[in-house]
Unconditional design. Structure first.
Length: 272
């Protein structure tokens, strides 16, 4: 039974990984063989797609990687700062209408991004931010991701109140309790928020497509789209090669922090 179960899991894993394995194989195939063969093993191996894809556009693909790294890291910092502060206020501070505002915050989870796109675009256009990284980064410093606020609120509520009460008796202010008590105990949930923010920002295509107009400011996702020409002149092998490279940062980011990610998800919402 155990052998059968493991066999089914391995088979299911192969089915899920097949598109990725095919793309990896296609990145080493000659251009004319990419769509003519269904085998995962190429008849001949060619590395030409990688340098051609890296330098094949008007801007080097290194520029796109750098832009994506800058935007992703700034968004991670902004989300951790703003969302943790908002979550701390909802979880530990007493203020008028706390439950009401918390419900309103949760209600924003049901708003599709496209509903607020037009007014946001008009606002950023009037501010002169269209064509820069600011529309993609600045909102993260205003605690706009209700999902992460909710995640952190649930984790903060699981931290014993005796710790914060003892800190208050020692004369700690609310800010000092947040900085010295809550944050050090919240590393798993902060890591979870950081990982998801990095992955979602790195993979975001729609936001950069709307706000970035100069190819020098393109992210990896917009760079990948540039390989596909509407006239039919598309560099498929270069596209697949750069797609494989674009997965590397996400893979290693998850690999290094997977323990904290699993711990953060497992403990969030549990009363301890």
């Amino acid at each position: 039974m155990s052998v059968l179960l493991h066999g089914l899991l391995i088979g299911g894993s192969f089915i899920m990984l097949y598109p990725l394995l095919w793309m990896l194989s296609a990145s080493f195939r000659p251009e004319e063989e990419i769509f003519s063969s269904t085998s995962l093993i190429p008849s001949s191996i060619s590395f030409d797609a990688y340098p051609r894809g890296w330098f094949g556009l008007q801007e080097s693909f290194g520029t796109f990687f750098w832009n994506s790294f800058v935007i992703s890291i700034l968004c991670v910092i902004g989300n951790l700062m703003a969302c943790s502060l908002a979550a701390y206020a909802f979880a530990r501070l007493n203020f008028w209408g706390r439950n009401f505002w918390f419900a309103i915050m949760l209600g924003t989870l049901m708003l599709p991004y496209h509903v607020t796109l037009v007014p946001q675009y008009v606002l950023f256009l009037n501010l002169g931010w269209v064509g820069t990284f600011l529309p993609l980064v600045v909102p993260k410093y205003l605690a706009v991701d209700a999902f992460f606020i909710f995640l952190m609120v649930q984790f903060f509520r699981g931290i014993p109140r005796e710790l914060t009460e003892a800190a208050m008796m020692d004369g700690c202010s609310a800010w000092r309790i947040y900085w010295k008590v809550m944050l050090p105990l919240s590393l798993p949930v902060l890591a979870t928020a950081a990982i998801f923010t990095f992955i979602w920002t790195w993979d975001d295509f729609f936001g950069p497509l709307i706000y970035l107009t100069d190819m020098r400011d393109y992210t990896v996702q917009l760079g990948l789209r540039s390989f596909v020409d509407s006239t039919g002149l598309s560099d498929w092998s270069g596209l697949f090669a750069m797609s494989i490279l674009s997965l590397v940062p996400v893979f290693f980011f998850f690999l290094f922090f997977q323990r904290l990610l699993i711990e953060g998800i497992a403990t969030t919402g549990l009363k301890r």
